[in-house]
Design a protein around this ligand. Structure first.
Ligand code: DGT
Ligand code: CA
Ligand code: CA
Ligand code: ZN
Length: 566
């Protein structure tokens, strides 16, 4: 897949170069979008090319396809060479520095001869940059801060880390605002977040002042009448707050929720209808025809409201035009969690405590899935202990009414692809999740396929094994697993654990197209983690899933488990 990434990088660099040169934003957006599609594309682009199918990639137009083919056949791209002509390589890289826009960089380059990061730091230190027209101390301070972040290797933050920060900020500011909502990638529930965007209405000064003096704020980057940017203590994450008037709240929420590519498409649609859309509203000439709420904004463009999780320009605008958006799964549809660890393996609470917590969540059932015997460090259960656990589950089911505790297990797939318990034990369980926890380098795809062939395996846990923290996962051919799961009616898990979110949206879309069903499991190791279900729900929505796609929306008796379908 290396060519996919290689070409994506080139497209991004073209966009950077165009921005640097002050080109119009439409073309820039087109390159950024193509880069993103390639980065996320599941298949090797060279294979597609061999089959003459580059144009079939959804979202890649004729022009982009030609550029991809040009690069694959000649190893070069003329457009890239044109766009980056006369721009030093180092300068291109510097466009990634937060708070340093392409215009400023261009100015520093043309007026002060800045060509490298060291050059930039020098003109900051000796005051030359601040003396440039339109600059000033404040702006330079921000760039300095940006360089620091850049050097730290500005990473994207997992959704699971950003989410509670936003919840806390919103909770604190609520009393000063009429309305306050998260926007940006966080509202779209992307698996990682670049920065946090929050939108509010109310008394500007009060809101902004309380925002910048929140205890979680480490540094104030900018403060104005209608917006402020801060760095919070957690992960040096940037938070942008904008205060807008209530009659454009919907338009602003729409605009700042993005994604950029969704917005660009929407702007084009507005243009076709002789309208203009901005963060202030939808306009017909000078007349504002929508802006107060999002529904109104989409309606003005002839669309039904589009859930934020779908706003990635993956066909949602076309679907909304024909009123063919899926009815997405919602939190209220979820009847239980299907992957929870108890004290029997490496979880914190007893079966009873988990049952009580599950009831509090409003669940009808909760699936206890402890580790199997080979996972010794995770307190894996030998056969004797498993028997005792199952007896305890029976007892607690008698004792506590209103929730059913399910006897699940998360069973290791061993190095030869066999499972960690014999079939006669697997058979007695309510359901079985199989997972790879060892031998990450040893034929993972083949082993998982073998596990799928076992008639007592209902679900494959965290199917790709990737970890957002970048710690070691395993290598697996997920396309092959999806095909195989589909063939054997095996369900693929959407593991809701913030470091996993596995399957993710891209893989969910692929698996759904092969009629695979999904299960939501938090992989909770203590009851506080049961709330992670919302992150899996986010992935499910981003994957266009409806109620019937997901086991957890069925009553236990009606759940389409593989062992029942046979
Ligand atoms: P992130 O922060 O990298 O995780 O991703 P976003 O989507 O939150 O992006 P961000 O924070 O740069 O901007 C928030 C939203 O504002 C974005 O989703 C769409 C909107 N937006 C920002 N810049 C542009 C732009 O140049 N054109 C358009 N149409 N929308 C933009
Ligand atoms: Ca953002
Ligand atoms: Ca932002
Ligand atoms: Zn687990």
């Amino acid at each position: 897949m290396s060519k996919n990434i290689e070409i994506a990088d080139i497209f991004d660099k073209i966009a950077d170069a165009l921005e640097f040169k002050g080109d119009n934003s439409f073309r820039i957006g087109a390159y950024r979008k193509a880069a993103r599609i390639l980065r996320e594309y599941p298949e090797d682009i060279e294979e597609l090319y061999k089959r003459n199918e580059i144009q079939k990639i959804s979202g890649i137009g004729k022009g982009m396809a030609e550029k991809i083919i040009e690069y694959l056949t000649t190893g070069k791209m003329k457009k890239y060479e044109e766009a980056t002509e006369n721009i030093p390589e180092e300068l291109l890289k510097m466009l990634e520095i937060p708070n340093l826009g392409p215009k400023t960089l261009n100015l520093a380059y043309t007026k002060l001869g800045v060509r490298t990061l060291q050059d930039l730091e020098r003109v900051i230190e000796n005051g030359q940059l601040a003396n440039l027209f339109g600059m000033g101390e404040k702006k330079v301070e921000n760039i300095k801060r940006g360089i620091e972040l850049y050097k730290q290797g500005k990473e994207r933050i997992p959704l699971g880390i950003a989410f509670p920060i936003v919840e806390e900020i919103i909770e604190e500011l609520k009393k000063y605002t009429d309305k306050i909502e998260p926007a940006g990638s966080l509202r779209r529930m992307r698996e990682t977040i670049g920065d946090i965007d929050i939108l509010a209405t109310g008394k500007n000064i009060e809101i902004i002042n309380s925002f910048i003096s929140l205890p979680s704020v480490k540094e104030v980057l900018a403060k104005g009448d209608t917006k402020a940017s801060v760095i919070v203590k957690t992960n040096n994450l940037q938070v942008d707050l904008r205060v807008v008037s209530s009659d454009s709240f919907g338009a602003a929420l729409q605009y700042f929720t993005g994604s950029k590519s969704h917005n660009i498409k929407l702007r084009g649609l507005a243009k076709d209808k002789g309208l203009k859309i901005s963060e202030y509203g939808v306009f017909k000439g000078d007349e504002k025809i929508a802006g107060r709420c999002e529904e109104e904004v989409y309606k003005a463009l002839g669309l039904v409201w589009i859930p934020p999780e779908l706003r990635e320009d993956r066909g949602e605008i076309e679907a909304a035009m024909e009123n063919k958006l899926p009815i997405l799964i919602e939190g209220k549809d979820i009847k239980g969690d299907l992957h929870v660890h108890s004290k029997y393996s490496d979880g914190v609470e007893t079966i009873e405590e988990i049952a009580v917590a599950g009831k509090k969540m409003g669940y009808e059932y909760i699936g206890i899935c402890d580790h199997s015997k080979t996972s010794k460090i995770a307190g894996g259960l030998d056969e004797e202990t498993l028997k005792r656990r199952n007896e305890e589950i029976d007892r607690i089911n008698e004792k506590i009414k209103g929730i059913k505790i399910l006897k699940g297990m998360e069973v290791d797939i061993l190095s030869d692809g066999s499972l960690d318990y014999p079939d006669k034990i697997l058979e007695k369980l309510d359901f079985v999740i199989a997972s790879i926890h060892q031998g990450f380098k040893k034929n993972v795809t083949e082993r998982v396929k073998k596990a799928i062939e076992n008639p007592y395996v209902d679900i494959i846990a965290h199917p790709t094994g990737r970890l957002l923290s970048g710690r070691e996962g395993y290598e697996i051919d997920i396309d092959e697993i999806i095909e195989y799961a589909s063939k054997f009616n095996v369900v693929l898990e959407i593991n809701c654990y913030p470091d996993r979110l596995d399957l993710n949206d891209v893989n969910i879309i692929k698996a759904k197209s092969k009629n695979v069903k999904f299960s939501l499991g938090t992989d909770a190791h203590n009851i506080g983690m049961l709330k992670y279900i919302k992150f899996g729900l986010g992935m499910a929505k981003r994957g266009w899933l409806t109620k019937k796609d997901i086991l957890n929306t069925y009553k236990w008796e009606e759940m389409p488990l593989r062992r029942r379908i046979r």
